[in-house]
Design a protein around this ligand. Sequence first.
Ligand code: FES
Length: 162
Amino acid sequence: MAILINNLEHSGARAICGRYDNRPDALLEILRETQEAERYLNNEALVTIAGALNISRADIHGVVSFYPDYQREAPAGHVVKICMAEACQAVGCEALAAEAEAKFGAKIDGVKSSDGQIGLEAVYCLGNCALGPSVMIDGVLYGRVTPDRLHALLRERSAGEV
Ligand code: FES
């Protein structure tokens, strides 16, 4: 469990709260926008939001913990979602996931690669069942993904950042 520390200020979160007139009933929208801006909800942002909305840190922690879409840790540089649902299982997603774990030293829904660049997540249907195994990398959907293709796609995305 993350600990919220006193006396932190996050100017971005403060500005987002201001756009909602610091209304407590806008908490979910404020959290969503803050996460979109920062990629995750850090302690400074949560303390700032709690102060601006005049709600307890326990309350805000309860809300953030309840909804799985709110992220409390910095995400990996590239988030790789591998579909593990039935249609993709029939065409080898489990082997793809196992090879991805071995290749990147990451664990599905757990440990990021040692450099923090690759995070692997299991998802259950990406709506691309006829073209499995299906993978989503940083929000972009790919079909018929083999281990070699997954590595190539990640190399391409990394090269595009240079
Ligand atoms: S089962 Fe994998 S995309 Fe639908």
